[in-house]
Design a protein around this ligand. Structure first.
Ligand code: ZN
Length: 245
């Protein structure tokens, strides 16, 4: 009786060892791939000029409160709160205070309801952001198109991402900034990691793309619970945005 039980235990132990061996390698590769994908999403969204250019850009971010006002709230009163909440949702993740103003002239962040769109592209929502010589952002602008019935809620979260310092789109990533996952209408877990990485104290405005890419990768590794070995392997050689992605 005892011997049988012992044999069963041994067999069970063998299966456990087998399972660990076979599960171990893919898990290691998977954890590194997850970190590499997140790091690439950061590079593509925050550290390149635009979707069509891998031209490296330094870190740009807000360092002071956003003073938010609406230029023409009466043009679309039903969208005022939705738009305000979009900006505030992101600002909470970034740790940036949002102060509501009624006077657009005193604000550094203005939301317009604009049914004509910019550049003659009716139906578009758009965003703009300005930074000074130290790469500190000091002004933001959203143009929300009230005629965009099908996904105006996506506009009100996608566009403020641009004004926070994510000026490009990581199309391959599970992000509200992706055009591939265009049904995404709220922040994904990855989006929150990206925002908290850009707004980590160690990420200073003006940091060049290559060191910023390595630092972002290390912060993302911490956030994702990656091992020190994975962080070293994935992050050490990063150079920033890569052409052709
Ligand atoms: Zn966009």
């Amino acid at each position: 009786m005892r011997a049988v039980r012992g044999r069963r235990m041994n067999r069970l132990l063998m299966w456990v060892v087998y399972a660990l061996c076979f599960a171990g390698l893919p898990a290691l590769a998977q954890s590194r791939a997850t970190l590499a994908d997140a790091a690439r999403a950061f590079d593509e969204s925050a550290l390149r000029s635009n979707d069509d250019s891998a031209k490296p850009m330094p870190v740009r971010k807000w360092m002071a409160p956003i003073k938010l006002a609406f230029a023409n709230p009466s043009a679309s009163p039903g969208l005022v709160e939705l738009s305000r909440q979009g900006v505030k949702t992101l600002a909470v993740e970034a740790g940036i205070e949002v102060i509501d103003l009624t006077d657009a002239d005193a604000a550094n962040y203005v939301i317009y309801f604009d049914e004509n769109g910019l550049r003659g592209r009716a139906g578009d929502c758009s965003a703009n952001g300005w930074w000074n010589k130290n790469r500190v952002m000091y002004k933001g602008e959203l143009r929300i198109n009230p005629t965009r019935n099908r996904d105006v809620d996506r506009c009100t979260i996608h566009e403020p991402m641009h004004t926070l310092g994510f000026f490009s789109h990581p199309h391959g990533a599970q992000s509200v900034l992706s055009y591939v996952y265009k049904a995404q209408r709220s922040l994904t877990p990855l989006d929150k990691h990206l925002i908290r990485t850009l707004y980590d104290r160690r990420m200073t405005p003006g940091l060049a793309a290559a060191p910023a890419s390595q630092l972002a990768c290390r912060i993302l590794g911490e956030r994702l619970g990656s091992t020190a070995a994975d962080i070293e392997a994935v992050c050490r050689e990063r150079k920033g945005p890569v052409a052709g992605l």
